[in-house]
Design a protein around this ligand. Structure first.
Ligand code: G16
Length: 551
């Protein structure tokens, strides 16, 4: 049972953070997200949750990140990182939901008390709890971090360490580094050291013959935190051939810039235009956990060739497969299992390509929490959402085997392949999708292959697709199944969508409620752009008929 001192501390602090009236918040695809003005009490309460999670996991460091990632600048949100750096365990989401919506301090404390009992969480003040806090560049971030700190310090023994303005993946990395890799400092500096060292290692291992220039890279940083951090890497790597744009000095966060905009609208971000034709360009999102590439089409009226998350996944898969085939053959006792994880948004052509590479492709619902979990089932699990969020996970068993290989392999080729895979495991974020380390890996692989961006883009040709958003009265009315490809509720709509879809050659279409914005998303794919556009528009109208504001 909670002791009296703890109870009165919680009561006192909770009364300073009343929940907003008439608003129901829910834990979505990646934590809570809403207009920043209504989030104080939610963030305060998630501060408490993070402290409880740390107590539950024997004092491991938990991460609490204030960000609304790709959403507009007036929104904000909170993501929680578990001890391994991954997203908060899904079993705790219902508790997060219930405390976020508790109407008053008394009911909040009752919920905490009951949950602590059920989960056997010691609330007697005898145990330490540690939380790393971070935030993106949103103006509302500072005050929300303060609210989170108040939540943390109302749990006796809990200590929050403020990491300041960081990318979301940096915070997840630090949490993991502290808990799993036992790095005593686990600071941002360590992050920069590790990614730049492993990047350099990959570059040093490039065979001389493919060592040719691949030209300059321009990065759109969504006017977010990524700009400042990429600048650090640029200086550390003495990397002259990268130009940083939309770094946030002017311009509004995520407004007509960034990975979400570029991937969904398929047009150039602000600050890009005809003068960039032929140059390799990339876009990060607001908290730098997503990455896409593109090139500007000449005379194309701001159109782009999009190189999305699926293509990044394909490039990574190809490289990993190549290195593994140098390293192993049928005679090897140990055959590492490689798995690829995608969602329904994956372009059909990418799945076909990955299958042709002989890789096993698995589908999960949208949200890194699902993809990450699935990828963990493999020795090498590669996951990417089409929107550019993804990474490569390596199992402990595989890394042990690899470590041994690095030194015991006789042939230089094999030794180098082992070293490359090792460097990839150090470079690419093991906790969550990370635009900065992902970008460095793309750059290293392109240099290794001696590939220009067009060559990469031609790995396969995307089926034309279109994504739309529809505002509806209540998006929770849409319930999906089968990795979000089929609508179960409301009745009738799925039949109507299917009837439309079969009219289009290579047609595929699905509808799901967003877990980060108050909209329903429509995705359509077909053999021509006109057909994909038409299918998406027709289905968006259907969604409006079934669920729109028709009072
Ligand atoms: C978050 C999640 C992603 C997800 C995206 C969109 O991204 O981390 O896994 O794909 O939301 O989700 P939804 O379609 O449900 O709105 P971010 O970059 O916004 O944190």
């Amino acid at each position: 049972r909670m002791n009296e001192q703890q109870r009165s501390m919680l009561l006192q602090s909770a009364s300073r953070f009343p929940p907003p009236k008439g608003i129901k918040l829910s834990y979505g695809t990646a934590g809570f997200r809403a207009d920043a003005s209504v989030l104080q009490s939610t963030v305060f309460r998630i501060g408490i949750l993070a402290a409880l999670r740390s107590l539950k996991t024997g004092g491991a460091v938990i991460g609490l990140m204030i960000t609304a990632s790709h959403n507009k600048v007036s929104d904000n949100g909170v993501k929680v990182a578990d001890p391994g750096g991954e997203m908060l365990t899904q079993d705790w989401e219902p508790f997060a939901d219930s405390i976020a919506n508790a109407p008053d301090p008394q009911s909040l404390i009752q919920l905490i008390d009951e949950f602590a009992k059920k989960e056997n969480i010691p609330l007697d003040g005898a145990n330490p709890a540690a939380i790393f806090l971070g935030r993106d560049t949103r103006p509302s971030g500072e005050a929300l971090v303060e609210a989170a700190k108040q939540g943390i310090s109302s749990v006796i023994g809990a200590v929050g360490s403020d990491m300041g303005v960081v990318t979301t993946p940096q915070l997840h990395w630090m949490v993991r580094a502290r808990n799993k890799d036992m790095k005593p400092s686990a600071s941002e500096l360590d992050y920069f050291d590790q990614v730049s060292t492993s990047f350099r290692c990959l570059i040093d291992l490039i065979p001389k013959k493919s060592h040719q220039g691949i030209g300059k890279l321009i990065v759109d940083c969504a006017n977010g935190v990524g700009g400042e951090k990429l600048q650090v890497l640029k200086e550390k790597l003495n990397w002259l051939d990268v130009e940083i744009r939309n770094s946030g000095k002017q311009g509004i966060l995520n407004e007509q810039v960034g990975a979400d905009y570029v991937q969904k609208e398929k047009v150039v971000p602000q600050g890009f235009g005809p003068h960039d034709v032929g140059i390799r360009c990339a876009s990060l999102d607001g908290d730098a956990d997503r990455l896409v590439y593109f090139t500007v089409i000449s005379n194309g009226n701001n159109q782009i060739n999009l190189v999305d998350g699926d293509k990044i996944l394909s490039l990574f898969a190809l490289f990993i497969k190549d290195q593994l085939s140098i390293l192993t053959d049928d005679k090897n006792e140990y055959q590492p299992r490689v798995g690829v994880v995608q969602t329904a948004y994956a372009n059909g052509a990418s799945t076909k390509y990955l299958n042709q590479l002989g890789l096993q492709v698995i589908f999960t619902p949208t949200g890194v929490k699902y993809l990450h979990e699935k990828a963990h089932e493999y020795d090498i699990g590669i996951y990417f959402e089409a929107n550019g969020h993804g990474t490569i996970l390596f199992s402990d068993q595989f890394l042990c085997w690899l470590e041994d290989r690095k030194s015991t392999e006789k042939g230089l080729e094999k030794q180098n392949a082992a070293k490359r895979l090792w460097a990839v495991s150090k470079l690419i974020n093991q906790a969550v999708g990370d635009a900065l380390s992902g970008l460095l890996l793309v750059e290293a692989i392109l240099q290794h292959m001696g590939w220009l961006v067009d060559k990469w883009n031609e790995l396969y040709r995307d089926l034309p697709s279109r994504q739309l958003k529809v505002k509806v009265a209540d998006r929770t009315a849409v319930v999906t199944t089968n990795a979000e490809t089929i609508i179960e509720k409301p009745p009738g709509i799925q039949e109507a969508i299917t009837a439309l879809t079969v009219k289009y050659p290579q047609g595929r279409c699905f509808v799901r409620p967003s877990g980060t914005e108050d909209v329903v998303r429509v995705y359509a794919e077909a053999n021509t752009q006109e057909a994909a556009d038409e299918l998406a528009t027709c289905v968006a109208k259907l969604v409006d008929q079934f669920l729109g504001f028709h009072f």
